[in-house]
Structure formats: structure tokens, C-alpha cells
Design a protein around this ligand. Structure first.
Ligand SMILES: Nc1ncnc2c1ncn2[C@@H]1O[C@H](COP(=O)(O)OP(=O)(O)O)[C@@H](O)[C@H]1O
Ligand SMILES: [Mg+2]
Length: 216
């Protein structure tokens, strides 16, 4: 049921990486998870269908705005969790995925541009929520963090200065994420998986993911 949308007008901030990592970790937990790729580049869909080797992740690619508006609610009903990956909000497909979301995750990687684009994305979601006349929670997820580096600290203080809402879990810069695109599943041990599991736990606490399934 819940729909999580990865969005940011900034390219390369980690939308596809976080979408696919979340899908892999949820699938490993036995959750019926689906990836909906609304980016015409189709990176998440390619990953799910051609590279990924783990437990089943249902995958759909639909960058066409008209078909997407029909498909998204159907998939939200069909699967326990739907993760939508977008190309940014300069397109209607991404806007539809934001309107249909229970929560929006906005990755921010250290460096020029990501914080500015994240801020724009947060205001855009606020406008959408006012238009839809329902709350649409949006949270920043820090990505590619290298602890102790000036750039990571600087990014964090910029976010705090702008009072942008963010999740506690931060995703590190790690080879495992880069390799995800080549090797399929995230390794099911190691710090990257633990981080994504932490992200899942935090999202569950917010009620944006269903509670843990206990297989009888
Ligand atoms: N936490 C991370 N650690 C290492 N590499 C990362 C991380 N997040 C993203 N990347 C790499 O950065 C590039 C852009 O990430 P991607 O998820 O495709 O961004 P977006 O979908 O927002 O355009 C990819 O090559 C990806 O492997
Ligand atoms: Mg992408």
C-alpha cells in the first residue's frame, strides 16, 4: 500500500541508488515490494530486470504521464510497498509520483547544488500538498556522507540553516552502492545494508512503511 517516491530536481543525488537499495532490503525482508520507474532513462527498471539477482522485486517502467496516472494507484493497491523513482520534478511524471506518495524522500549529496535543489523540491511538495489539500510529508536523506569531512559537515549545516526536514539516517559514500548498479543485489551483510535497514526502520517508525512481517 504505501507509496514512497524518490524525488529531487537534482540529477545524480542518489534517487535511483536509494530506490533500488530500499527495494533490495525490503525484498530480503520478505516484503512484497515493487519499483516503479518513472524516469525515461529507466535505470531502476533495468537494474531490477537485468542486474538484480535477489528475492523478487516487481518492476514497472512508465515514464508516460497519462499512463502513469492510471498505473500508480493500481500498483499501490497491488503491492505491500511501492517505491517510485523519478527523473526530477521538471516533468509531469515525477509530479504524479509525488502527488501519489505517502512520503517523499529527497536525497542530498554533499556539494554545490544539491541543497538548493532539495530546498526547491521541498517547497514544490509543500505547494502540491496545499493543492491536494492533504499532507504530503517530504524528508531529506543525506547521501554519500563521508564522516568527518568538511564537505559533509558543511552540507549538514546548510540544511540545518534552511530548516529543511531530514531523516536521522544518513547514507555513506560506499563502494557497495556504486556496485549495486553492476552486481545486482546489495551484499546482505556489511555497513551499506545496515544503513538501508536503518532507513527502513526509521521509515517504519514514521508509518511510511508497513510494520515488520512475521512469517509464520
Ligand atoms: N552512497 C553512495 N555511495 C557511492 N556511490 C553512490 C552513492 N549514491 C549514489 N552513488 C553513485 O552516484 C551516481 C548517481 O546516483 P543515482 O542514484 O543514479 O542518482 P539519481 O538517480 O539521483 O540521478 C551513480 O553512479 C551511483 O552509483
Ligand atoms: Mg536516477
Amino acid at each position: 500500500m504505501p507509496v514512497l517516491t524518490l524525488a529531487s530536481s537534482k540529477g545524480g543525488c542518489g534517487k535511483t541508488t536509494i530506490a533500488t537499495s530500499l527495494a533490495a532490503v525490503l525484498a530480503a525482508d520478505g516484503v512484497d515490494v515493487a519499483l516503479l520507474d518513472a524516469d525515461p532513462n529507466g535505470g531502476a527498471y533495468r537494474w531490477a530486470t537485468a542486474t538484480y539477482t535477489g528475492p523478487k522485486v516487481a518492476s514497472y517502467a512508465e515514464p508516460d504521464k497519462d499512463r502513469l496516472a492510471d498505473l500508480l494507484p493500481v500498483l499501490a493497491d497491488r503491492h505491500a510497498v511501492l517505491i517510485a523513482d523519478t527523473a526530477g520534478f521538471g516533468n509531469l511524471a515525477a509530479t504524479i509520483c509525488m502527488l501519489g506518495a505517502d512520503a517523499i524522500l529527497i536525497p542530498v549529496s554533499p556539494g554545490e547544488g544539491d541543497v538548493i535543489e532539495a530546498r526547491k523540491t521541498v517547497s514544490f511538495v509543500e505547494g502540491l500538498a496545499r493543492t491536494a489539500r492533504r499532507p504530503i510529508p517530504a524528508r531529506i536523506v543525506l547521501n554519500r556522507i563521508r564522516k568527518g569531512t568538511t564537505l559533509s559537515r558543511h552540507t549538514l549545516s546548510e540544511l540545518e540553516a534552511l530548516s529543511l526536514p531530514r531523516l536521522q539516517t544518513a547514507i555513506s559514500e560506499a563502494v557497495a552502492y556504486g556496485e549495486l548498479g553492476f552486481s545486482g543485489a546489495l551484499p546482505m551483510t556489511g555497513p551499506a545494508t545496515a544503513e538501508i535497514a536503518g532507513l527502513v526502520a526509521e521509515l517504519r517508525n514514521h508509518g511510511w512503511l508497513p510494520p515488520v512481517y512475521v512469517n509464520a
